[in-house]
Design a protein around this ligand. Structure first.
Ligand SMILES: NC(=O)C1=CN([C@@H]2O[C@H](COP(=O)(O)OP(=O)(O)OC[C@H]3O[C@@H](n4cnc5c(N)ncnc54)[C@H](O)[C@@H]3O)[C@@H](O)[C@H]2O)[C@@H](O)CC1
Ligand SMILES: [K+]
Length: 599
């Protein structure tokens, strides 16, 4: 079930993202300043309980679509919450949320997963005297029990009802578990392996129950099953949350790879100051959801002021396989992103098609080496590889044109088959790789693989890339130099500065963009921005291009924009994610360029 409104983020500023290792270090820094760990858990749970009430009330108002709904309805209907707890501290948060929501008048049902009977009897023996059954008494209890066990005691001493998932599996569809809100406190940042057996069953049951009962699914800290440092979900076993209450600091894994599909709307509950124990933690990445505003163009300018993009690609191998579309898409996207002029070096067989769809472009035969080299000298930026082909002849062209671009000191964008050639040259220990790496220290080189291409470039398996995209993009940059995009849900962007590198996670874009040609569009936008020398570096940066590309895709599938309204007098039909095509993009890219000037 969706919470009303646009998905997760509408913050303008980049949001700092951290790994689980850093999260643990932050907690430890806080505790080493003398702060109490159970106290932190109490704060976390109390604040989450308040947010849970707010989220549910918001959902209720949306569904009863009248602002006049009076929340005195609470008196007619007791809210029901089902809280699923694991044995770690994430579960500890869950027990305390149960305690606070019960205080607030909710009907609370706890489902424990992975607990033995002894877990409860141990705590019985340690049980605090019932007439002192408050959290203070328990937190002050001398025993060496863990915070999670203390939390369990607090909830039990307040008579919160619980049942073991293991005992009640067959009855899980009983009315006892028909809740308005389901809380996932099974695993937090401590998840380090595939949930199996009872955990796998519990995660599945949780998802089924929330769906059947149209319940609101809220994850404590991170949806169980999502790895906080990578965004990976093993075997698709994870809680599908409508909302995530993210404790202390934003987890990297919420915004890239599978995490994007499971986290829902993310709310921060910071709890501790950003700088603890004199340590300021450097985020592993920054989440960006909006672009830099463009400055208006000078009236007194001409096409040369905005650069000349040379797109090299669109080959036809041995007279059969043709990939002209890749170059066309890239070229039209470059123009949509504001490049002053475009030349496309593609196979002559495609010149007609190119000019039909993009009469603004100039053409040259891809195989006219002298002519292309001459144009490389004249161009402001060279984008190479889209539909270039992978045979030896194409590789020779690639090497030749990259050498020419480096000699002429041009910014270079390498995509698709260009990346394939780089990977194979690297395997052969070809000198081009070290030359390119050296070149990229003083010149702009942008490389844009998806996971499959990154796997080839690093001579690894795709799943190795996917299981740690952050390490993969860093290794790409180390090996080849340059600035990188690792495409996919929550695309990563790595930009190298003088003495440090910055990683961004792109928080816009949608699954409709997982179609052929979208990468060609992106390379075009990157080249189009790079060509515009009038722009400040930030406005023509790689992350700006990735954001523009993502926003354009989102605009096309949004139901409320001028290009996609059933009521539009332009006669456009509604477009959804299914069926979105790369050729739809240039019009939306132009629109985003305009929005970014206006904003
Ligand atoms: N006092 C504190 O330190 C605080 C902790 N907080 C909470 O604590 C969480 C982290 O707690 P923990 O470090 O205990 O970690 P978790 O609660 O995430 O659980 C870790 C436990 O689960 C086990 N485990 C991991 N993957 C498993 C799998 N696939 N199948 C079965 N068992 C698995 C681990 O071996 C470990 O025993 C945070 O996410 C947050 O919710 C917050 O309450 C803030 C304060
Ligand atoms: K969780």
């Amino acid at each position: 079930m969706q919470i009303h409104g646009h998905s997760s983020i509408d913050k303008k500023h980049p949001i700092s993202l951290y790994s689980s290792k850093q999260l643990y270090a932050m907690e430890q820094a806080w505790f080493s300043e003398g702060h109490d760990s159970f106290g932190l858990m109490q704060q976390a749970a109390w604040q989450m309980a308040k947010h849970i009430e707010q989220l549910y009330e918001k959902k209720y108002l949306n569904h009863h679509s009248s602002a006049s709904v009076n929340f005195s309805h609470r008196h007619n209907h007791q809210y029901r919450v089902s809280i699923w707890v694991g044995k770690g501290n994430n579960g500890g948060d869950g027990w305390l949320i149960a305690y606070y929501l019960k205080q607030a008048g909710w009907q609370v049902q706890i489902v424990t997963v992975g607990f033995e009977d002894s877990d409860f009897s141990n705590s019985d023996s340690d049980q605090v005297n019932s007439d002192k059954s408050d959290t203070t008494a328990i937190s002050n209890s001398k025993s060496s029990i863990t915070d999670a066990q203390k939390a369990l005691q607090v909830a039990r001493s307040a008579n919160c009802k619980y049942e073991r998932f293991e005992d009640s599996q067959n009855d899980l569809r009983s009315t006892a578990l028909q809740a308005d809100v389901y809380i996932d406190a099974l695993f937090g940042i401590g998840l380090d392996r595939t949930p199996e057996g009872i955990y796998k069953q519990a995660i599945r049951a949780f998802n089924e129950l929330t769906e059947q009962n149209n319940g609101l699914a809220i994850a404590v800290d991170i949806p169980s099953g999502v790895v906080a440092s990578t965004g990976e979900v093993f075997d698709r076993i994870a809680i599908k949350a409508d909302a995530t209450l993210c404790l202390i600091a934003r987890k990297f894994g919420l915004h890239t790879k599978d995490g994007v599909d499971y986290s829902g709307q993310v709310t921060d509950i910071p709890l501790i100051p950003y700088q603890v124990d004199n340590v300021a933690f450097e985020p592993v990445a920054k989440l960006i959801t909006t672009g830099q505003a463009f400055s208006p163009r000078r009236q007194n300018s001409y096409k040369g002021s905005y650069g000349h993009v040379l797109v090299i690609g669109g080959n036809r191998i041995d007279g059969s396989q043709g990939m002209g579309g890749a170059a066309i898409l890239s070229a039209s996207s470059s123009m949509a992103a504001g490049a002053g002029k475009i030349t496309v070096a593609c196979h002559e067989a495609f010149h007609g098609a190119l000019l039909t769809s993009l009469p603004d472009a100039m053409t040259i035969n891809l195989h006219d080496a002298q002519g292309v080299q001459h144009l490389i000298k004249a161009a402001s930026v060279v984008a190479i590889g889209m539909g270039l082909g992978r045979d030896d002849k194409a590789q020779a062209l690639f090497v030749n044109y990259i050498q020419a671009a480096m000699t002429a000191k041009k910014p270079i964008v390498i995509d698709a088959d260009g990346l394939y050639h780089l990977a194979s040259l690297q395997l052969k220990n070809d000198k081009l790789i070290s030359q390119l790496r050296e070149y990229s220290t003083d010149n702009e080189v942008c490389l844009t693989p998806h996971s499959g291409e990154a796997a080839k470039l690093l001579n690894k398996k795709i799943h190795e890339i996917e299981s740690d995209r952050l390490s993969a993009i860093k290794l790409c940059a180390q090996t080849y130099g340059g600035n990188w995009v690792l495409k996919g849900a929550g695309s990563l962007v790595l930009e190298r500065g003088l003495d440090q590198e910055q990683v961004y996670v792109c928080g816009v874009g949608n699954a409709g963009m997982a179609t052929a040609g979208m990468g060609d569009v992106l390379s075009g936008v990157i080249a189009g921005l790079l060509a515009q020398q009038d722009l400040e570096p930030e406005m023509r940066s790689l992350h700006q291009a990735v954001i523009i590309h993502g926003l354009a895709g989102d605009i096309l599938v949004s139901q409320t924009n001028q290009y996609n309204s059933g009521k539009s007098d332009r006669g456009h039909l509604l477009i959804g994610q299914r069926g979105l095509q790369a050729q739809d993009m240039p019009v939306a890219i132009r629109h985003v360029m305009q929005l970014l000037v206006d904003s």
